[in-house]
Design a binder for this molecule. Sequence first.
Ligand SMILES: *Cc1c(COP(=O)(O)O)cnc(C)c1O
Length: 431
Amino acid sequence: MSGKTKNSVELYSRALDVIPGGVNSPVRAFRSVGGDPLFIKSGAGARLTDEDGNSYIDYCMSWGPLILGHADPDVVEAVRNTALLGTSFGAPNRMEVEIAEMVSERVPSIEKVRFVNSGTEAVMSAVRLARGYTGRDRIIKFDGCYHGHADYLLVAAGSGLATLGAPDSAGVTKNNASDTIVLPFNDPQRLEDALKKEQGMVAAIILEPVPCNYGLILPEKGYLEEARRLCDRFEVLLIFDEVITGFRLAPGGAQAYYNVLPDITTLGKIIGGGLPVGAYGAGADIMSRVAPEGAVYQAGTLSGNPLAMAAGIAALRKLDSLKAWQILRERSEKFRSYLEPVISKYEGRLLFTRLESIFTFTFTGKGRISSLEDVKEADMKLFAEFHREMLKRGVYLSPSGFEVGFLSTAHGDDDLAKTASAVEESLREIM
Ligand SMILES: *Cc1c(COP(=O)(O)O)cnc(C)c1O
């Protein structure tokens, strides 16, 4: 590859001198798959082009936001037209109202919504709101769910039977971790036990309704319903982190898809149409606690930024007008049908998991992934080889076996067929 990626290699070496690890977000550095990261010059539809002019079919899709593909013409036009009118005012603008109306129309549990600049910020604000609303400090999170990089969420399960979390990053204090309880996903009994033990202490439980950040972990049948019931019983708020699943599984996100309503929802990724946006929303009563109506402070210089709102509005409109979820379902079923004969040859060694337009390849003997432990047992060395072979064949997968892939409405039949051939050749090479 190296001759073919000379410009990326050179940029990476310059980047290493001035940016930690050469990247602005760790997993981009390709550490878990080996090799140097590619520097991307442009994207169009399902394709990425790197600084050396190599073209790839992309399934990382900026980690989820690009459900319409790269540089969707309607999104780009909205951003361009808006930019000509000014890029930020620090005062209310019409588009904030329009997109808030669109979100509350689509997401069943949301009546009011506040816009921020990232998923991390949305989650931080949602947890603060839950604590402010309940007057309690503790939160419960689940192993295998990612919620951005706020201190008290960079917490891993404690050792043994201890449920209290331990810092999962240098710089996270014990105090920060000590109000976070970490439990296994898909285990309602452990949740019930913890809520009983901590009665009156827990503000909220937070989870990804479908964990998509350590492989793809599907909720067991009835698990989300049970989490809802337990939250009601112990009077604890339920937060769904729908930063990935929002507008991805259905117009109303996972809560509409599974018909389980949280108290507070966090959004990000798709909602910004590829620009930096996050949001958190809930019923009017809970949201009335947010400043300036209520006492829970949260603010942002660039929040509700016109360019970002314009991109989000254009993306949400287009998803509706395309009936994107129907298209994505058909495409992803087709994708699976192309892959099935290839993958079935490796049954017992490779698992392809898919939910609507989210998918992952896991090198494991397991027939189903339902916990972080299952993902941890997978062969990530083999994934790294697979990733390299796919890249050689012009397919860009997310550079870690712990990350998922995304289909967009821009992935055509030809892309899917080519990808299936690349999978077949790559597997033959490495297995
Ligand atoms: C990506 C992600 C976040 C963090 O969003 P950023 O915009 O990267 O800060 C939070 N929660 C989930 C479920 C995510 O996938």
